[in-house]
Design a protein around this ligand. Structure first.
Ligand code: HQG
Length: 179
């Protein structure tokens, strides 16, 4: 039996942040050949069949990984810290989006706005519940409402990842309100 959660965490680590730790490289859009990935993982202690990989990808609670159309390559759908261009098209966001964080970050966020930190983009959720879960990873969650329509109207480019996360470069403080 494959441990899907543990395997997903390992895949996130490799496909978003540290492909070099198992000796692979991602292409410019974040893809890697599935056979190369499985061989590299096996060489570093994680033996996984293609069927087991399919199971991890399909059962992932947030659909973090995607195969290309031919099924020969795989990538993380968002969340990278390494340089990749995921190629998502610019999309009109809903009027409001949400960001989950914790109290201790609020003074900095309300002064500087939301910044991507070590990731490529600020991650926003379409609903309050999801944002609360994201914030809850770090403590008691605080949810911020983003005036996405106005921010887009003022020129910010939004895109939506294959797994439904809204991405934007930054959110200045004037577009934020605590829910
Ligand atoms: C905070 C997980 C100080 C921000 C989740 C957050 C999400 C600031 C932290 C995805 C700040 C960054 C992303 C500022 C933002 N000053 N703190 N100006 N601007 N912050 O993990 O959004 O399970 O990089 O509030 O579910 O928490 O990995 O971003 O607390 O979808 O697939 O800096 O990661 O998905 O933290 O989470 P992160 P995030 P996965």
């Amino acid at each position: 039996m494959v441990d899907v959660v543990r395997t997903s965490k390992r895949l996130s680590y490799v496909l978003r942040h540290h492909p070099g730790c198992i000796g692979i490289a991602l292409d410019a859009a974040g893809w890697v050949d599935v056979d190369d990935l499985l061989a590299a993982l096996a060489a570093h202690g994680l033996r996984l069949t293609r069927t087991q990989l399919d199971e991890v990808v399909a059962s992932n609670d947030k659909q973090r990984f995607a195969f290309d159309e031919s099924g020969t390559r795989i990538r993380a759908s968002q969340g990278h810290s390494v340089a990749v261009d995921l190629g998502y098209e610019t999309a009109d966001p809903p009027a409001e989006l949400f960001h989950g964080t914790v109290e201790r970050f609020l003074p900095a966020i309300l002064a500087d706005g939301l910044r991507p930190g070590r990731r490529h983009a600020v991650h926003l959720s379409a609903d309050v519940g999801t944002a609360r879960t994201v914030g809850g990873r770090r403590g008691r969650p605080v949810v911020l409402r983003v005036d996405a329509a106005r921010l887009a109207g003022d020129g910010a480019q939004f895109s939506r990842s294959a797994n439904g996360v809204w991405l934007v470069d930054a959110v200045p403080p004037g577009y934020l309100a605590v829910v």
